[in-house]
Write a protein that binds this ligand. Structure first.
Ligand code: MN
Length: 500
């Protein structure tokens, strides 16, 4: 997950010919300084690349076409240091296929009160240059991120950095291949399904099914030497229960799980997949439901969804891309059961097996226990509690004709009690603004029982991603008002139908 600095964000500065060479020279120097400061901030997870000042429609069109055609370029930041008549931007912006940010800033922070003259005024025109430029974005109905403030302020850099993370996720989305091992959703389940052709048109996801037998053949071909090496890694990385260690009665399950991990990993690498699903309803040729393998592959950056849930698998992968280099992880998650003591209501999130150890608080324990579903041997799994702190749960549902993203802000808490008999990884959280409204909002919007649980992606970053992808986005946070939400959902229905 450290390949992000190979990507670029292009920094485009708008101006016009009217000002003459001396002023344009100054514009170039200043904008280069802004661009380099952003690059050096260490916060933007891509190279910020300064481009020569744009003074006419041909050059603008040319750079926008180049940005669209350059695979390393994941987005462009635009800024009007001076006035840049916005009809000049129409040809370029209508051809731009990469995410667009509009930085509304000014080179100087303070007015030079004693020295200010018309030369200064002519050089520092962002206040109205960015308004002229902003109009054409609105007129073209462009999805763009508008970031306002002084370019050296941490808040401004953070906003651009968050947008850049979403832009990296969009680039990933447009080339994401998702393997459905077993090729099916859990029978009769509604929310994990959806229009895969529409998902590919809108989000770029290529979602295809593969026979579980093909994967089983690969798993069976794994050698003992490979298994020995990986089991050694397990012993170094996790706490192993006595029964799971060499010589223990459950050790064979650990070896079988290692075999599955190596086989599935090879299958995913060979196919160039970024995400995958499994299903307990199709395990032909597998000795146990893959649990440990899914957990460890997620920890290495793969997206995962259980029960054929390809939408959540994709979201987990996008969250992995967005969180790269940040503390905190991302995982497949399910709202499992509740603690309903009044005023202290909590959600216990987990899954049968497949929660990513990137969200673990401390060293996970590797254990083998029976599983009352799937009718196979006892599967290995990592067991742990999740790190406390703020997080978001993100879901994507197919509303018929469009996808809706729902992002809920939550606070993960440390459990007051041990759960010694619960043999699965879990997270305990509280909803914002409170349990009643948090649940009602999620259910009202049609949120799934699965989610991408993210400790290091913010709601704003998901919102930026949704805007870039043209998705409907519903946020459930501390400001949630149920009546407004109902109206928002009703109006969104109309807006997305009219917009089609
Ligand atoms: Mn499930």
């Amino acid at each position: 997950m450290d390949n992000q600095k190979t990507k670029e964000i292009w920094f485009l500065t708008g101006s016009q010919h009217l000002y003459g060479d001396e002023t344009l020279q100054k514009v170039a120097e200043n904008s280069k300084q802004v661009s380099e400061a952003l690059d050096r901030s260490g916060k933007i997870p891509a190279k910020v690349v300064w481009k020569p000042v744009l003074t006419g429609p041909d050059a603008i069109a040319e750079i926008c076409v180049a940005a669209s055609a350059t695979s390393a370029c994941v987005g462009v930041i635009t800024w009007m240091h001076t006035f840049s008549p916005a009809k000049m931007w129409i040809a370029g912006l209508t051809r731009l296929t990469k995410p667009l940010a509009h930085l509304h800033t000014q080179f100087n922070r303070e007015l030079p009160w004693g020295e200010i003259d018309m030369d200064f005024m002519n050089l520092n025109q962002s206040a109205h240059g960015d308004r002229e430029y902003g109009f054409i974005g609105a007129r073209l109905r462009l999805n763009r991120k508008i970031v306002v403030g002084y370019w050296q302020d941490a808040e401004v850099v953070d906003d651009l950095a968050g947008w850049a993370r979403a832009a990296l996720a969009l680039a990933e989305s447009r080339s994401l291949k998702i393997a459905r091992i077993g090729g099916m959703n859990m029978r009769e389940v509604a929310v994990t399904g959806g229009d895969r052709v529409e998902a590919q048109i809108q989000l770029g996801w290529s979602v295809n099914g593969y026979g579980v037998g093909d994967v089983a053949a690969r798993i069976n071909a794994v050698t003992d030497a490979e298994i020995n090496r990986l089991v050694g890694e397990y012993e170094d990385t996790y706490v192993l229960a006595a029964s799971a260690r060499k010589g223990g009665e459950k050790h064979q399950s650990i070896r079988d799980a290692a075999r599955q991990e190596i086989g599935i990993r090879g299958f995913l690498e060979e196919g160039g997949f970024g995400a995958f699903t499994t299903t307990f309803e199709d395990l032909h040729g597998l000795t146990q439901l893959p649990g440990l393998a899914c957990q460890r592959l997620m920890a290495d950056g793969y997206g995962f969804g259980a029960e054929g849930d390809w939408k959540t698998a994709a979201l987990v992968r996008l969250a992995k891309v967005m969180t790269a280099g940040r503390p905190g992880g991302a995982s497949f998650m399910e709202d499992y059961t509740y603690h309903l003591v009044q005023g202290r209501e909590q959600v216990l999130g987990a899954h049968m097996l497949e929660v990513c150890p990137s969200v673990a608080d401390g060293k996970p324990s590797l254990e083998v226990h029976p599983l009352g579903i799937g009718g196979k041997a006892d599967p290995a799994r990592l067991v742990f509690d999740s790190r406390p702190g703020p997080a978001v749960n993100t879901t994507l549902v197919d509303m018929g004709g469009r996808m809706r993203m729902i992002v809920a802000e939550i606070d993960v808490v440390k459990p007051d009690h041990d759960m010694p008999n619960l043999p699965t990884a879990r997270a305990l959280w509280q909803l914002r603004p409170d349990f009643k409204r948090g649940c009602e909002g999620w259910i009202e919007a049609g949120g799934a029982h699965h989610a991408a649980f993210c400790q290091a992606v913010t709601t704003d970053e998901w919102e930026d991603f949704a805007a870039m992808a043209g998705l409907e986005m519903v946020r459930l946070d501390a400001d949630l008002d149920i009546r407004s939400l109902r109206n928002e959902l009703r109006w969104n229905d109309a807006a997305f139908r009219l917009g089609r």
